[in-house]
Design a protein. Sequence first.
Length: 243
Amino acid sequence: MKELLTLYDTKYRVEGMTCQACADSIESAISVLPDVSFASVSLLDKELLVQSDQILELNHLNSAISTSGDYKILSNDPSLFSQIYNYFDSKKPIVIALILVSLSSLSLQVPNSSFNLNSWLTSYMGIFFLLFSFLKLLNVSGFSMTFKRYDVISKQFGPFAIAYPFIELLLALAFLTQSFLIFANIATLIFMLSQSIGVIKVMKNGENIQCACMGTAISLPISSLTLFENLVMISMATYMLLI
């Protein structure tokens, strides 16, 4: 009598997917593994379901998809520390960008005899807009197509999406030269509120839309971190207008 094989159904989390083609690519790579009888990837749930003759190691699975793209397969039941680490690791580009902005703005305070909050906020906002406008200016048309999918102002007035990278550059120059600060803070408040409303709607509806904050050079989906960076800028602009 032929021995019946025990099949294991195992779920894994998948990070790095941005479209259905990504999911299909991962599914194809896992399906051809020797011990796998069935594999299915859900883009919406960010989940991989594998039916196999034995429990597969994560490094084995990640090795199989290494040539498919910048994806990572993770345990479906990680520890709290692993969850926090994996979350920020998946958002590495924007985390690094925000750290660079923070360190650069703080370094400008070193020559001063004491820390000046207003000066630091102005520097932070200037460097923030300078860095992020640069990333957007690398491909303005590509940025505008994504931006119009969630930004409230751009949805109502399409040309604004094309102009926005240049507006950010002007805001950067205004903050760094400390010129027209009232207008710069008002503009920052309006633009960031528009983006935040759009981001909240995307997250509420469970849509998978790329974050346009870093242009098209870096592919990242809209997340709570996108909302956080906008809220930080809103808080800073509000404070600067009230003092």
